[in-house]
Design a protein around this ligand. Structure first.
Ligand code: ARG
Ligand code: GLU
Length: 710
């Protein structure tokens, strides 16, 4: 009896002491981590999760338009992802008359679903280890030389070509800094339609105030559908296409949830940097990110008040503002989290451990100096890396006229080439389209203000020798010209010019102040920075490969995982709260009462609609309650990153518990360094999602399509 009691105690405490799991695992290697997942409570077999012979979970999960993740939840290709992942589509279908951002949208039948022909979803058919084939023909010592890389690249090209067809893409990507290679065999579907979305007052509730923060009350989801041709094959948008029939779809769980429940997230994490050297991390924490944060802060200080003042501006700038604010806030959280973790000290300690290990065997000599070399390389090149970051921040995130005007380069400077090649009309058509799209969401006054705020900052941050000529003086005068004289920046004038374009028009464009300024900036980046930066990165890649090979060779007992690279991954953990700050304990879930507590009609981030208030006051919660509460969001200890938005949170039986959409602020540093005790992802609860569709959206027909598990 005592023995049994002890056993039960041990099992129980074992379960209690399993911690958050660092790592993003490759689904095809499921056998390697499956038994660990079982200790967390998983009940599925490896083949249920990933298989190339039969339907498995992987067949219900797609990459959504190249960035986020989405999951199929019905036999008719119904797709769930985040509101913020579908934001661009929702915004593009919105106008002042049909303001889907503000009011939401629910199609009543399939014929009302809104086509998004610019979108795609990507299925993964197979993930295959091709390391041996990629390394074919090179000895181990040549691995990181130029000749070695040439052979590797040739092998990759050949292997990809052999597996690709018209509809199937085979892409080989490096893992573990090029110590391993995997082939991803994928298929795109291109007819995606918007089926439904809650209003921003639900889908973006809490806005940027709550973004990256727990406790959270955002109903961050949207509903789409994949369409296929009559044979279920991928096809371009066509009225006559029919809903896609998936190999597998996720049932949705209505079951009660308990802290400690197994959670698995299946999706497409974008990018992590666990292997940064000490100096690189220091550079990021102390210089690179703080400067970028400052530049974004300036833009936001201009955009946000303008949006609050005018509905037209709010619609135009909603998507842009969200994008700028999102990384801005994450970076602030990351720096805080890394400091809190004493990340730099940890890097230093680890370097000593690594280097002493390398001294143990002669054959490990190449690992002895690699960390020092990486640090030295970083110190010598931070200047270029910084100039590149500033250029990205200024050119691609800052004043919009720069990247818009830059598109007119070909037609201005290569007129005769385009004409002889018969490509002129095509180019003109493209530019007419892109200028129409640009001005739909543009306000010259806002852009001018951003230009005036960011330019001095850009100039003062940059090494003078890396600055573009026109920015050394006169930038302000040149800027005035852009905003009053440029043809490119005038929607009517540029349309007229393009509609009747000849050689004289191209000469006119060559002198356009907006194009001249964009070119000045772009050229100076290419001439002064980009080459030095590329040389630096090549050398860094070479050293990183050696460094990571050292971890794999010298520390075989370490649970290593390959940094995220936008390929399909699995992470697992459990439903749990956290206590990231002294004196504070976060619960593992939030409820609809919290939405009401945060409600503030004066604050644009915390508005509610009449309908929501009405349903809440009537307590019309259907059978979506757990012990009398309607859960809205929950946290779990899965290691996730950007790209995991929209990813399904899957329970021990393979059912959908919720949709991942964020991490808590205290855990955003997990892109560089994971911490078991505080890293938590944030998901919208499946029952809140169903309540919104059913009660709020009155779209019960969509729920009927789904398979609910009670
Ligand atoms: N932080 C989440 C992510 O990185 C959500 C972003 C969208 N929400 C927002 N309020 N901007 O994508
Ligand atoms: N919201 C993020 C995304 O769009 C996910 C949050 C994170 O970075 O973990 O992918």
């Amino acid at each position: 009896m005592k023995k049994i009691a002890l056993l039960i105690f041990l099992c129980f405490s074992l379960n209690n002491y399993t911690k958050a799991v660092e790592g993003m695992w490759i689904p095809s290697l499921i056998e390697m981590f499956h038994s660990d997942m079982q200790t967390y409570g998983l009940k599925l077999s490896p083949e249920d999760i990933y298989s190339t012979n039969k339907a498995s979970l992987k067949d219900a999960i797609v990459q959504f338009n190249g960035g986020c993740t989405a999951e199929i939840v019905s036999e008719q290709g119904l797709l769930l992802t985040n509101h913020h992942c579908g934001f661009d589509a929702i915004q593009r279908h919105s106008s002042l008359e049909n303001d889907y951002l503000k009011n939401g949208f629910w199609s009543k039948s399939q014929s009302e679903e809104l086509a998004c022909p610019w979108m795609r979803v990507t299925f993964v058919k197979e993930i295959r280890d091709v390391t041996k084939e990629v390394f074919q023909g090179i000895s181990e010592m040549d691995l990181s030389t130029d000749e070695g890389m040439d052979i590797i690249n040739k092998n990759i090209m050949m292997l990809e070509r052999a597996e690709s067809t018209n509809s199937i893409q085979a892409k080989i990507k490096p893992f573990n800094m090029g110590n391993q290679y995997y082939m991803l065999i994928t298929e795109d579907y291109n007819d995606i339609r918007l089926v439904g979305t809650p209003p921003s007052a639900i889908g973006k509730y809490g806005g940027d105030t709550d973004n990256w923060v727990w406790p959270r009350h955002t109903g961050d989801f949207a509903v789409f559908r994949i369409y296929a041709d009559k044979d279920n094959n991928s096809a371009k948008f066509n009225e006559s296409n029919i809903p896609y029939k998936p190999d597998h779809f996720l049932p949705i769980s209505l079951k009660n949830k308990t802290e400690g429940d197994f959670t698995m997230i299946y999706g497409f994490p974008g990018h992590t940097d666990q292997h940064y050297s000490y100096y690189k991390l220091k550079f990021y924490m102390e210089k690179e990110r703080p400067s970028r944060i400052k530049m974004r802060q300036m833009s936001l200080d201009i955009i946000k008040p303008a949006m609050n003042k005018s509905d037209a501006i709010r619609i135009k700038y909603a998507s842009k503002q969200a994008r700028i604010a999102n990384a801005w806030k994450k970076w602030i959280g990351q720096i805080g989290g890394l400091n809190e973790l004493h990340a730099l000290e940890k890097k230093e300690k680890w370097a000593i451990e690594y280097m002493s290990k390398a001294m143990e065997k002669d054959e490990w000599f190449m690992y002895q100096n690699v960390i020092n070399d990486l640090n030295k390389l970083q110190i010598a090149n931070s200047k270029y890396e910084f100039a590149r970051s500033m250029f990205i921040e200024y050119f691609y995130v800052g004043p919009e006229f720069l990247r818009y005007a830059h598109q007119f380069n070909n037609i201005a400077n290569k007129y005769s080439e385009l004409k002889t090649a018969g490509k002129l009309d095509q180019e003109i058509k493209k530019l007419i389209g892109s200028s129409k799209g640009f001005f739909k969401n543009y306000d010259g006054n806002i852009d001018h203000d951003i230009f005036k705020a960011l330019t001095p900052m850009y100039i003062s941050q940059l090494d003078p020798e890396l600055l573009p000529e026109g920015f050394k003086s006169n930038w302000s005068k040149n800027g005035e010209k852009v905003f009053c004289k440029s043809i490119i920046m005038n929607p009517e004038k540029i349309n007229a010019l393009l509609s009747n374009f000849n050689e004289k028009s191209s000469k006119k464009l060559q002198k356009d102040p907006a194009l001249m300024m964009a070119n000045d900036l772009f050229k100076s980046y290419v001439n002064n920075t980009s080459e030095a930066y590329s040389t630096f990165i090549e050398e860094e890649d070479r050293l990183m490969k050696i460094y990571v090979s050292g971890i794999l060779t010298m520390f075989p007992e370490k649970k290593t995982w390959a940094d995220a690279n936008s390929t399909m991954r699995i992470t697992y953990g459990k439903l749990e709260g956290s206590a990231p700050v002294d004196g504070m304990q976060y619960l593992h879930y939030s409820t609809i009462d919290g939405i009401m507590q945060k409600y503030d009609p004066e604050n644009p981030d915390f508005q509610l609609t009449e309908r929501f208030l009405e349903l809440y006051n009537k307590k019309d919660f259907g059978d979506y309650l757990q012990d009398g509460e309607l859960w809205v969001c929950f946290t779990a200890s899965n290691h996730t990153t950007g790209g995991n938005s929209g990813s399904p949170v899957i329970d021990a039986d393979g059912n959908l518990m919720g949709i991942n959409f964020d991490r808590s602020w205290e855990s955003t540093m997990s892109d560089f360094m994971f911490d078991e005790s505080r890293c938590r992802n944030i998901a919208i609860d499946s029952r809140y999602l169903l309540w919104v569709i059913d009660k709020y959206g009155k779209a019960g027909h969509l729920i009927k399509e789904m398979k609910l598990i009670r």
